[in-house]
Design a protein around this ligand. Structure first.
Ligand code: SAM
Length: 219
């Protein structure tokens, strides 16, 4: 989606930020329990005020979230009682957790190095790829791929539902994921869950919704 959509969403709050979960996402917990985060440098693109980040920070060496909207970052720091220092404009640090207020599409591997992250070991993507319409998803996939060194792991959560909607979160299934990432990553499909209980089913009158989790490895 275009940038203004997200500024408006955070300004309005309520159902416009209904993507925010008040608990650690089960897929994030899976990643924590997998051991892949231990000693790792973790990138959380489009991080919002996700509670997954503090859970990652308890195990990882460093966690870097990237978020476009500064008010979301302010909420995140306040909600988690983090006494962060703004070490340079738009760079908030609290212990091993760093939040960059930045457009993800402007982020470069050199930025990550200068902002203290270095090479990324693991990416966690929940509600990021699916936040964008088709053309932007391709751009996002290409940009993310370019940031990651060989061997990096990428956990990707997507929703696949019917009937499809032309608003976030967009429906993205396994074939599309392989289309975006199959050329540069090995793709393992680790979760494929029927979710009739998902909040979107009642909210939008959906006929079906599946929640997927993929664990990718950059070749
Ligand atoms: C659907 S929310 C997901 C937030 C988070 N991943 C979670 O699980 O709660 C997408 C987030 O990405 C942010 N965002 C959208 N476009 C962005 C961009 N180009 N760069 C950085 N953040 C962006 C939005 O402000 C919003 O907080």
């Amino acid at each position: 989606m275009e940038r203004q959509f997200w500024f408006d969403s955070w300004d309005e709050g309520g159902s416009k930020t209904g993507f925010h979960m008040p608990v650690v996402h089960p897929h994030a917990q899976y990643l924590v329990d997998s051991g892949l985060l231990d000693g790792a440098r973790v990138l959380v693109p489009l991080c919002g005020k996700s509670l997954d980040m503090p859970a990652f920070a308890r195990r990882a060496r460093e966690v870097v979230g990237v978020e476009l909207v500064e008010s979301a970052v302010a909420q995140f720091l306040a909600d988690n009682a983090l006494d962060a220092a703004e070490t340079e404009p738009g760079v908030f640090r609290a212990g091993n957790l760093t939040i960059l207020v930045r457009d993800f599409f402007d982020l470069t591997a050199a930025d990550l190095a200068t902002d203290g992250l270095g090479a990324v070991d693991v990416v966690y993507d929940r509600a990021c790829l699916v936040a964008f319409p088709e053309a932007m998803r391709e751009r996002y996939a290409a940009h993310l791929t370019g940031l990651l060194p060989a061997g990096a792991r990428y956990f990707l959560n997507t929703l696949e539902y019917a009937p499809v909607m032309e608003t976030p979160p967009f429906s993205v299934g396994p074939d599309a994921v392989r289309g975006y990432f199959g050329a540069a990553f090995d793709v393992e499909h680790v979760f494929d869950d029927d979710r009739p209980d998902h909040r979107m089913v009642a909210k939008f009158g959906l006929e079906s919704l599946r929640e997927h989790g993929f664990l990718l490895r950059r070749r």
